[in-house]
Every structure is written in C-alpha cells, then in structure tokens.
Write a protein that binds this ligand. Structure first.
Ligand SMILES: Cc1cc2nc3c(=O)[nH]c(=O)nc-3n(C[C@H](O)[C@H](O)[C@H](O)COP(=O)(O)OP(=O)(O)OC[C@H]3O[C@@H](n4cnc5c(N)ncnc54)[C@H](O)[C@@H]3O)c2cc1C
Ligand code: FES
Length: 256
C-alpha cells in the first residue's frame, strides 16, 4: 500500500456527467489489480477520504470514473490540471480471475450497472491476460445515462426503459459465462446473487479509513457476523453477503 500525492494530468467525459480523471501514481499503477480501489483525500478539506475503484491504468497513470453526487466528488470535479490528491492504495481484495478454479474458465461476463463500470476495464485487462473471452454487459437507466467506453470481445447493452439494447437489467441481459464479475447498485448485486451465487461482486458501502481500522465499512455475512469491505472485500462471492441485512437507514440498502 502506498500513500502519495498524485497530480491530475487528464480528464474526459465518458457519459452524461460521468467523468474520468487521470492521476500520476506510478507504484499504484504498477501493482493494482481489478476490483481494488484508492482512497482519495483532497488537501485543505475537512472531509474523510473517498473510495474509488481504479478504472484504468496507462503507464504511470491511474484513472478513476465518477459522477458528482456530493461534496467530495464535487471537489474532484473542480480540480485543475496539476492539482494533487492524496492517494492511498491499492486497497482491498480485488477480483480473482483465473488460475485457482477447479474448472478451466473460457469466458467471463463483466456485468455492470451505472457507475459499476468502474472496475471493469481492469477486469477485462486481467481476464484477457489469462486467455478469457470477455463479454461486457452494461446496464443503465436510459440511453442518456450511457458510459461510452466498453471493450468486451462482445458488448451487450441493457436499459431499464428500452431506449438502447435489451429492455431490462444487465443481469437479465447477460448470457451465461464460466465466470461472472459484477459491480453496480446493491439491489443489482442481490439479483446477481440469485442468478449466479458464485459470481464475484464488488460491493457498495460507506468507508472511512479504507485500511481495516475504523470498522466503518461493516458488511453482514450469511455465515454470521460482519466483514470489513475495505480489507476482506470489496469483492465477495455473491451468495456470501446477507443482502437483506444491509442496514436499512443507508441509501445502499435494498428497498424493503
Ligand atoms: C470500494 C468502493 C469503490 C468505489 N468506487 C467508486 C467509483 O469508482 N466511482 C464512483 O463514482 N463512486 C465510487 N464509490 C462510491 C464513492 O466513494 C462515493 O460516491 C463517494 O464517496 C461520495 O462522496 P461525496 O462526498 O461526493 O458524497 P457524499 O456527500 O458523501 O454522499 C453523497 C451520496 O453518495 C452516497 N455515498 C457516500 N459515500 C458512499 C460510498 N462509499 N459508497 C456508496 N455511496 C456513497 C451518500 O449516501 C449520498 O447518497 C466507491 C465506493 C466504494 C466503497
Ligand atoms: S473503512 Fe475503515 S475499516 Fe473499512
């Protein structure tokens, strides 16, 4: 794990209000695996760091993708070229892709909803590195909410209102695959758990320290007790999470 000051060197819009920022962070770029994240702190602000999946890596650069949803993301959006963030990472336990399974996987489905695209370019990179064919299934509310960067060997689109591709969710639209990796709103991940209990899901939760100390990221497990999403997660076997037990006062709980 590294902590460094990372200057902003590039930005682009990849969907309506969906921004990608590129920072120079050489040791993180070299080590990060798909599904891992960085905890970003903005100098001069009283806010806790904010966690973001690493979206892409290019040489010494790491990229993150986000929409403005509150004060922290608004500050990220307002950064100028050369401004620095304090970048802690790579953090967490990412996707397990290839290698240790009992059966040899040939295809992987990357199932993403909305900003759940965030860990998928690295997942595609890591899957290709072990010879998997990548099926990228991306769901959004409407065509206008689209992320225009997808790089599967096969790309499948789904929209809730049918304005692009399959009319329905990314989970409904996905073909079968030997390995399923998913990221998106937790209600989508709960649907993933029903269809593919063994899928690996990158969970949405609040975080504080990002390093296993504060217990601010507790996640209820079916086996009883809680896990720290920042340390043991954020990637879990889908059926191992006690989805209905996510605290109901938090926005990322399942609707009751
Ligand atoms: C491991 C991990 C990876 C993440 N990767 C990304 C990513 O790649 N891109 C991205 O846009 N977002 C990502 N998030 C969510 C991101 O951290 C939050 O959107 C961000 O912290 C909001 O900060 P804010 O100050 O702008 O909003 P706040 O003012 O803190 O909150 C605004 C809204 O965002 C919700 N929120 C706050 N913190 C989180 C959180 N940690 N997770 C989910 N919702 C939250 C609040 O409930 C509220 O509805 C990730 C979260 C985790 C745990
Ligand atoms: S965020 Fe502090 S323990 Fe996970």
């Amino acid at each position: 794990m590294f902590e460094l000051s990372a200057p902003l060197v590039d930005r682009r819009e990849v969907g309506r209000g969906m921004w990608v920022l590129a920072f120079i962070a050489p040791p993180i770029a070299q080590q990060v695996k798909a599904g891992q994240f960085v905890n970003l702190g903005l100098p001069g602000t009283p806010f806790l760091r904010r966690p973001f999946s690493v979206y892409r890596v290019d040489g010494d650069r790491i990229e993150v993708v986000f929409k403005v949803v509150g004060a922290g993301t608004a500050q990220l959006y307002e950064m100028h070229m050369g401004d620095e963030v304090s970048c802690l990472g790579p953090l967490g336990h990412g996707f397990e892709i290839g290698g240790s399974g009992k059966t040899v996987a040939k295809t992987v489905a990357l199932v993403s909803g909305g900003l759940g695209v965030a860990p998928m370019p690295l997942a595609a990179r890591d899957a290709r590195a072990v010879g998997l064919r990548v099926i990228w299934v991306h769901g959004a509310r409407t065509n206008a909410e689209w992320c225009n960067e997808a790089e599967g060997d096969e790309n499948v689109w789904a929209t809730d209102d049918g304005s692009l591709g399959f009319h329905g969710t990314a989970v409904q639209a996905s073909p079968e695959a030997d390995l399923v990796l998913a990221c998106g709103p937790n209600r989508m991940l709960a649907a993933v758990a029903e269809r593919w209990p063994d899928a690996q899901v990158a969970l949405e939760t609040y975080m504080g320290c990002g390093t296993g100390v504060c217990l601010g990221c507790a996640v209820p497990l079916c086996s009883g007790g809680y896990d720290r999403a920042c340390k043991e997660g954020p990637v879990y076997r889908a059926a191992d999470i006690d989805w209905p037990a996510l605290p109901s006062n938090l926005h990322y709980a399942l609707p009751r």
